[in-house]
Design a protein around this ligand. Structure first.
Ligand SMILES: O=C(CO)[C@H](O)[C@H](O)COP(=O)(O)O
Length: 218
């Protein structure tokens, strides 16, 4: 079974959380794309969606699925998105696709966050995947220096601008023993929009696709 097939299996399992008339928050990335494509098959069941990126909004619209601005939609019942890493406590690293800020906003506006991934994303300690930080461009060097003081090795994501017009620093070599404290500490650096740790507001459900089938962690 390929990694992509495992992602698709997790996305399929997440359909069980979709209830009639819902407005659903939609993440970004290849696993979220599987969910979007599957959601198209039951689009008559839902009211609308809110997208966490321009790319996801375009994919949803290409399937004829209604996409609302978050400010019109109000509180959402459900958010479905992928992750780059997760612990068994459902603390996540996200932002491999650079959509971390909008993802965190939509997750924060949702009652339930269902994270979908292949089981290679489950780790004991976060940090092997470089931690993305969205940064206001003029603060790039300041934030990089602060991250070096925290033991990280910051690398600018070359040629990439976020949907919000900012840059991404990917922080290598971090061993994240306390994700809640680290998320808060990084977010206090001037110029940081947000970082890719989802620990203050972790996922509520983690669905992992693997060779033996799908497992759900709550
Ligand atoms: O956080 C994300 C995008 O910003 C994605 O959820 C994360 O990168 C996982 O991507 P994929 O589903 O392609 O493995």
């Amino acid at each position: 079974m390929s990694q992509d097939a495992m992602k698709k299996a997790a996305a399929e399992a997440a359909l069980a959380f979709v209830e009639p008339g819902m407005i659903i928050g939609i993440g970004t990335g290849s696993t979220a794309n599987h969910f979007i494509d599957l959601l198209a098959g039951i689009k008559g069941k839902i009211d609308a969606t809110v997208a966490s990126s321009i790319a996801s909004a375009e994919r949803l619209k290409s399937h004829g699925i209604r996409v609302l601005d978050l400010n019109e939609a109000g509180q959402l019942s459900l958010y479905v998105d992928g992750a780059d890493e997760s612990t068994e406590h459902l603390h996540l690293v996200k932002g491999g696709g650079g959509a971390l800020t909008r993802e965190k906003i939509v997750a924060g506006a949702s009652d339930k966050f269902v994270c979908i991934a292949d089981d290679s994303k489950l780790v004991r300690t976060l940090g092997k995947f470089p931690l993305p930080i969205e940064v206001i461009p003029m603060a790039r060097a300041l934030v990089a220096r602060e991250m070096v003081k925290m033991g990280g090795n910051p690398v600018l994501r070359q040629g990439f601008t976020t949907d919000n017009g900012n840059v991404i620093l990917d922080i290598h070599n971090l061993t994240i023993m306390n994700p809640v404290e680290m998320e808060d500490r990084i977010n206090r650096i001037p110029g940081v929009v947000t970082n890719g740790l989802f620990a203050i507001r972790p996922a509520d459900v983690l669905i992992l696709g693997g060779v033996g089938g799908v497992q759900t962690l709550i």
